[in-house]
Design a binder for this molecule. Structure first.
Ligand SMILES: Cc1ncc(COP(=O)(O)O)c(C=O)c1O
Length: 386
């Protein structure tokens, strides 16, 4: 049985071992320095956290320190964890609509927001909106899904006051957890950079075993097994209002370092196939709508398309899932309508974002997707959409 995972790209044990061997005697310091160098060109500094959510909470707290009123804006169709983090930090969430053709946030005529979180969904960099001088909106450039993409020569994560990254499963740096905040101007003597966890052999061993499990079970010959275990809830969006915080393990950080050593030519190849295959089809292709380059400066984690109708989306989803082709409906609704968040987010009509929630499909781009898989996806989607 062959079942493709919707997202993937875990480093192999050999790649992790090679990354570890290159670290030297003080591995935790060395790995942080490497991440800092590779991901946050100076004067940006990488401050490690246990997750993207924790990094977002820390980012909101540093905005408070600069005297901001606590209201932030985010696109209504995004990862609900962004709202969870804002709410956890005690901030009010203001949802902005999205342009369903480009997945970009649309600034409303009036806003109370003092901070805008750009979520750069699926690796497609949002354009930073322009604001009047009186609006004074701080940008948090959330690079959890887009840390490997750049726009106009600047890496996502480094285009605002603060950047946020995650090394979780299915993110731009696909790993087993951990993340961090990117801030400009901090130095290694900054107290926020100074915290180093005492390495726990037990925690590292658990993470090594977990990481081998992820790497092994993302293979299409194995993925049917975790995909068939309902309690793992793979492919579902689950919302947890509380989450652990603290420094990441060395193994979690190693994933982030090992991944940048990997070539991403296979992702690019699949991107070319899908762009070419779906060019004549009646689906919306945000990648093409945005005229994003296909040369690797933008590296999506999944390939989003919008079907002409919600029924068509459902039909395509059922058809492709039955063939194990790694398709996903992504997030099920706009963030203000999740039962767990509804009471914390003021209701607002966001028709563009709603259209995305109803009509989006995301297609896998990772190394296990073959040209035949792409052909099968293109044929099925064209037959349903046209
Ligand atoms: C855009 C975005 N921001 C933040 C997060 C939170 O990251 P983490 O899962 O590491 O807490 C996610 C998670 O999916 C995300 O997609």
């Amino acid at each position: 049985m062959r079942v493709i995972a919707p997202a993937g790209g875990f480093s192999s044990p050999a790649e992790l071992y090679r990354a570890f061997r290159a670290l030297g005697p003080q591995p935790y310091d060395a790995v942080l320095r490497k991440i800092g160098k590779r991901y946050g060109t100076p004067p940006w500094q990488f401050l490690p956290t246990l997750s993207g959510k924790e990094a977002l909470v820390t980012a909101f707290r540093s905005c408070e320190a600069s005297g901001h009123e606590r209201v932030f804006a985010v696109g209504a169709y995004t990862c609900p964890d962004v709202a969870v983090a804002g709410i956890e930090a005690g901030w009010e969430v203001e949802v902005w609509d999205l342009d369903p053709r480009t997945l970009q946030v649309v600034k409303p005529a009036e806003t109370r927001a003092k901070v805008l979180v750009l979520s750069n969904l699926y690796g497609l960099p949002d354009t930073v909106p322009s604001f009047a001088a009186t609006e004074a909106i701080t940008i948090i450039d959330d690079a959890c899904q887009a840390f490997r993409s750049s726009l106009e020569g600047i890496r996502v994560g480094l285009r605002g006051a603060i950047g946020v990254v995650s090394f979780g499963r299915g993110k731009a740096v696909c790993g087993i957890g951990g993340g961090g905040m990117l801030v400009e101007g901090a130095t290694e003597t900054d107290p926020r950079c100074a915290e180093r966890p005492r390495l726990s052999i037990q925690r590292e061993l658990q993470d090594i075993v977990r990481s081998m499990g992820f790497w092994l079970f993302e293979h299409p010959r194995m993925y049917w097994l975790p995909a068939g275990l309902p309690f793992l809830k793979l492919g579902e969006t689950s919302i947890r209002r509380s989450f652990p915080v603290g420094p990441p393990s060395l193994t979690q950080l190693l994933h982030a370092v090992a991944l940048v050593e990997q070539h991403q030519s296979s992702v690019l190849q699949r991107l070319h196939w899908l762009e070419a295959g779906l060019a004549q089809c009646r689906v919306v292709r945000p990648f093409a709508e945005r005229s994003l380059p296909l040369d690797g400066t933008v590296l999506p984690i999944r390939y989003p398309i919008l079907l002409p109708t919600a029924e068509g989306r459902e039909q395509a989803f059922q058809h492709l899932s039955a063939r194990g082709l790694g398709v996903s409906r992504s997030y099920p609704s706009v963030i203000q309508e999740y039962p767990e968040l509804r009471t914390s987010i003021r209701a607002r009509e966001t028709p563009g974002a709603r259209a995305v929630a109803e009509r989006i499909l995301t297609l896998p781009l990772h190394r296990y997707v073959t040209e035949r898989d792409v052909d099968a996806m293109v044929k099925a989607i064209s037959a349903i959409a046209d």
